[in-house]
Design a protein around this ligand. Structure first.
Ligand code: KIV
Ligand code: ZN
Length: 534
């Protein structure tokens, strides 16, 4: 294996992934995700599109301050204002990347940009050169690359490299290409662009035809050395190439793909969970690598083969992607020290004392209620503690009683602490959850749309903890709340309250957003473009 075979992983979960409708993440969630991505060994983390909103700007700023190994990147269109804003957000990091892009397909140039190929060519010259004033790590993307005329693409790529771009990204923006065609595109660039040896070629494939991973791998086999991807394949429409899939494909088939990444694959499962928790997007059960069933063997004939030799039906081990076999953990007599050791072994080594204390207190309560406490229970507790920070919560559940069953309307009695004031209410509803949510609304009047209410059992058995996810929307802003408890109704109340607490924070923080978005950026042809829906 030589350096020539090192493939760089560029993650865009927090930028392209967040463009997925309803997948917005809070600043705190992005910071938490960035820490895990850093540990995971992602080479470049695109943390947002700084000019799109103050929220994106803040996320790129904060992420660029905390990364230890990964290089932070921000997205910018071909405009000085975009590039300035991108630099302002990234400048805290010792090394950073400005990723600037413009469309090059006839369709996009004419209908989206209203520019001639010559004008686009000129824009590339000006903007790549300008971005290079801030960093020598500039990436240039030709949006809608796979529908771009090949000769024109060669000319623009040559120009971008001449102006100082060190990475050239070829997006399959609309998920239109197929592996043989994408191979040809990469090969042509390598053969025809005279200065191509001065840059790394990158893939950025969307999954509209379910080919994003196959196309990315075809690109690498043809000579690309960077893959842009997202955890769980999150992204616009059908999503982007799934990071865990491209990485594990290369790791599992080195005979055909002798490439190396810097990814610590045993953290893939954790990264998948954290992104799913933050976005409220569940991972489908049969999702490759990180789905609940990815390593489950149901058929008797498969189980028999597995018992004789795991390789009969297993091409990679669950351990290699961080899937732990369900195991029993300490009981209610276990101490805080043992609990902390357990958290480290589960992949949470650097938690603050406050978070450990909070989770430990919950663990004790759980161990009293539940016969067996499994690793999955501990993970749910800790995820819950990371999300619910009582110090900043405006609303807290004090008590809940629910009357449910046949015959009578279901009723909830609730006590809430709302901004320090203790309030009580009782409501009936169409089911116990409805009654609970009505109580919350009575005690803290608000108007939001409930976009998702989802329950899943953390482990098997009737005494399993339930993790409830609630997604709400208010004036175009969404938040996801989550909570775990052996009582599904308590978890439901806490998840809803958690989503409201996040919305309260978001409301405060995003008040200036409208002003910012309404500013008229001079000299831009993008007024009609929705910022986040490039
Ligand atoms: O899909 C796309 O073309 C993009 C670019 C901004 C890289 O996301
Ligand atoms: Zn994209």
């Amino acid at each position: 294996m030589t350096d020539k075979n090192r493939v760089y992983i560029f993650d865009t979960t927090m930028r392209d992934g967040e463009q997925s409708p309803g997948a917005s993440m809070s600043l705190e969630e992005k910071i938490q995700i960035a820490r895990v991505f850093d540990e995971l060994g992602i080479d470049i983390i695109e943390a947002g599109f700084p000019i799109a909103s103050p929220g994106d700007f803040e996320a790129v700023t904060e992420v660029s301050k905390i990364l230890k190994k990964s290089i932070p990147a921000g997205l910018a269109r071909h405009s000085k204002k975009d590039i300035d804003r991108c630099y302002e957000a990234l400048k805290h990091a010792p090394r950073f990347r400005i990723h600037t892009f413009i469309s090059t397909s006839p369709l996009h140039m004419k209908h989206k940009l209203n520019k001639s190929p010559e004008e686009v060519y000129e824009a590339i010259k000006q903007n790549v050169t300008y971005a290079r004033k801030f960093t020598d790590d500039v990436e240039w993307s030709c949006e809608d690359g796979t529908r771009t005329d090949m000769d024109y693409m060669c000319k623009t790529v040559e120009l971008a490299i001449k102006c100082g771009a060190k990475t050239i990204n070829i997006p399959d923006t609309v998920g239109y290409t197929i592996p043989s065609e994408f191979t040809k595109i990469i090969e042509t660039l390598l053969n025809k662009v005279p200065n191509i040896d001065k840059a790394i070629l990158s893939t950025h494939c969307h999954n509209d035809l379910g080919l994003a991973v196959a196309n990315s791998l075809a690109g690498v086999q043809a000579g690309a050395r960077q893959i842009e991807c997202t955890i769980n394949g999150l992204g616009e429409r059908a999503g982007n190439a799934a990071l865990e899939e491209v990485v594990m494909a290369m790791k599992t088939r080195p005979d055909l793909m002798p490439f190396e990444t810097g990814i610590e694959t045993t953290l893939l499962s954790k990264a998948s969970k954290i992104v799913s928790n933050a976005t409220g997007f569940p991972v489908q059960y049969n999702k490759a690598i990180v789905g609940k069933n990815a390593f489950a063997h149901e058929a008797g004939i498969h189980q028999d083969g597995m018992l004789k030799n795991r390789q009969t039906y297993e091409i990679m081990t669950p351990e290699s992607v961080g899937v732990q076999q369900t195991s029993l953990v300490m009981g209610k007599h276990s101490g805080r020290h043992a609990f902390k050791d357990k958290l480290t072994s589960l992949g949470y080594p650097n938690l603050t004392d406050d978070i450990v204390d909070n989770a430990f207190a919950k663990f004790k309560i759980l161990a009293d209620k539940k016969k067996h406490v499994y690793d999955e229970d501990i993970i749910a507790l800790i995820d819950d503690s990371l999300i619910i920070d009582n110090k900043v919560n405006a609303i807290n559940l004090k008590s809940l009683k629910v009357f449910a069953g046949t015959g009578e309307p279901q009723r909830a009695e609730m006590t809430l602490d709302v901004f320090g004031e203790i309030k009580q209410a009782s409501e009936t509803g169409d089911g116990p959850v409805d009654a609970i949510f009505k109580c919350i609304k009575k005690l803290y009047p608000h108007e939001v749309n409930l976009q998702l209410y989802q329950v899943h059992a953390v482990t098997e058995g009737t005494d399993a903890q339930a993790t409830v996810s609630v997604k709400i929307e208010e004036n175009g802003k969404t938040t996801v709340g989550q909570a775990a408890d052996t009582d599904t109704l308590v978890a439901s109340a806490n998840a809803y309250i958690n989503s409201l607490n996040k919305m309260i924070i978001k409301r405060d923080k995003t008040a200036p957003e409208q002003n910012y978005e309404n500013q008229n950026y001079e000299n831009q042809n993008y007024e009609n473009q929705k910022m986040k829906g490039i």
